[in-house]
Design a protein around this ligand. Structure first.
Ligand SMILES: *Cc1c(COP(=O)(O)O)cnc(C)c1O
Length: 442
């Protein structure tokens, strides 16, 4: 047994799973080289924004109280705006999470009587209450903002005819979710988002297009704001926080949209001028600087997972070969036992709380029990190795993150070991998959 295999064994991964991992990784070499090249491109893009905006030691110091003239906060907003190629950006520790950032972008840019439109089907679970699809206090619906939706076609394409019909004189804002989130539809590529925005703007030039960019940042060379989005919105405890940001969200986009959001976040008249950054800036800067390589590690982990489970015969989205546009890997394990064992395996692979066992619970904002594995440095951070599964058919687990590739790799194999231990997959299944791969690679 070589040294690496012994380390894996000491951490709970047996020989069958270990060897299977070796075979899968061998197959992915060329693919991973492409991801390294993407990381390099995005690293230089970020570095260039840091240098252009003269990020200095003084930028890392925070402010307290009102936070007037917060150099670090203002410079960071310029750095983000440059990376996203937008006029402005609001990025604050006062934005508590991605849902908050999205709610802020919507509530500040819509007025009573306006209509919000999603041309890509149902939005992320937590937005249902923001919009009022599921009634909630303070929803857009309570303020007289209506909502309309057109689903994707069965093949994942846009239903252009219905989209055209749905756009009306009250449509003010179109929300486009880049990532599949907790669904089993395809994630949208930047090209596809560009096509959709171009179509919508042809039908209705004055409509605002917002992209929920969560999980998508740095997975391609371009961002949605490079293909016409008026606003891109996301969470700092996902890709752009690089695993270091302890809190926060961002809204990058047209000056007027960002200003509306700032007035709503603080108060009319105050806007971006207040909001002390406290002690958060070093992590927000350094996290953003690390984000391209951290995202690349997570991308490798997702591709590794797709190949592991596809070869074992489980449905996976995206499949093992497809291009990637976010860091989420959906694996349909088909049974509650499967999703629970998977999440427990991920937890057991974590640097923090590896000794605890996650169980399904009624999480706020979700309509079924959810099991979550997250032994993360930042609580709930899903750029760190994590897995979530709503415990309902088709019993798909959503796996994401891994701030280093070696950890994403190990986590994947530790989860597979948990499935083996729970009897969801057998030693024979793994042996067969391995043989098949060995044959096809010859
Ligand atoms: C995670 C996520 C959100 C919400 O972000 P939180 O930080 O969890 O509130 C919204 N949309 C998508 C697509 C997401 O993946």
């Amino acid at each position: 047994m070589d040294l690496k295999q012994k380390q894996y064994a000491d951490l709970g991964v047996g020989e069958a799973v270990y060897q299977y991992g070796e075979v899968i990784e061998e197959k992915l070499k060329a693919r991973f080289a492409g991801i390294d090249a993407l990381a390099e491109f995005n690293q230089l893009k970020v570095l260039s924004a840091f240098q252009k905006n003269r990020v200095s030691e003084a930028c890392l110091l925070g402010t307290t109280g009102y936070g007037y003239n917060d150099l670090g906060r203002e410079t960071l907003e310029k750095v983000y705006a440059d990376v996203f190629h937008t006029e402005d950006c609001l990025i604050r520790p006062q934005i508590t999470c991605g849902t908050h950032a999205l709610a802020l972008a919507l509530m500040s840019n819509l007025r009573p009587g306006d209509e919000l439109f999603s041309p890509v089907g149902k939005p992320y679970d937590t937005l249902e209450e923001v919009i009022g699809i599921r009634p909630s206090k303070g929803s857009l619906a309570e303020y007289g903002i209506t909502y309309r939706q057109v689903d994707l076609l069965p093949d994942g394409g846009f239903d252009y005819e219905k989209i055209k019909e749905a756009l009306n004189e009250r449509t003010r804002l179109v929300t486009i979710q880049r990532s599949k989130g907790y669904q089993t539809r395809p994630t949208l590529s930047i090209d596809k988002i560009g096509e959709l925005i171009a179509f919508i703007k042809t039908c209705k030039p004055d409509v605002l297009c917002m992209v929920d960019n969560s999980y998508g940042e740095f997975t391609e060379e371009r961002e949605p704001s490079d293909v016409g989005a008026d606003m891109v919105v996301g969470s700092l405890i996902k890709n752009p926080g690089g695993g270091l940001a302890p809190i926060g969200g961002y809204i990058a986009g047209r000056k007027e949209c960002v200003e509306n959001a700032a007035f709503r976040l603080t108060a009319p008249g105050l806007g971006k001028e207040v909001g002390a950054s406290l002690h958060a800036l070093p992590q927000l800067y350094q996290g953003f600087f690390l984000a391209p390589t951290v995202t690349a590690s997570a991308l490798k982990g997702a591709i590794f997972a797709a190949n592991i489970y596809e070869n074992l015969g489980f449905p996976v989205i995206p499949n093992g070969e497809e291009d990637r546009h976010d860091i989420i890997q959906a694996v349909t394990l088909g049974t509650p036992e499967g999703v629970i064992a998977f999440c427990q395996g991920i937890q057991a692979a974590s640097p923090v709380d590896s000794h605890v066992t996650p169980e399904p619970w009624d999480m706020p904002g979700y309509d079924s029990k959810v099991i979550m594995a997250a032994g993360a440095f930042v609580s709930g951070s899903s750029i760190e190795l994590s897995a979530d599964a709503p415990v309902k058919p088709p019993f798909a687990v959503f796996f994401q993150g891994g701030i280093t590739w070696p950890h994403a790799r190990f986590g994947n194999l530790r989860a597979l070991q948990a499935l083996l231990d729970a009897g969801v997959v057998s030693g024979q299944d793994i042996e067969k998959a391995k043989e098949k791969l060995r044959k096809t690679s010859k």
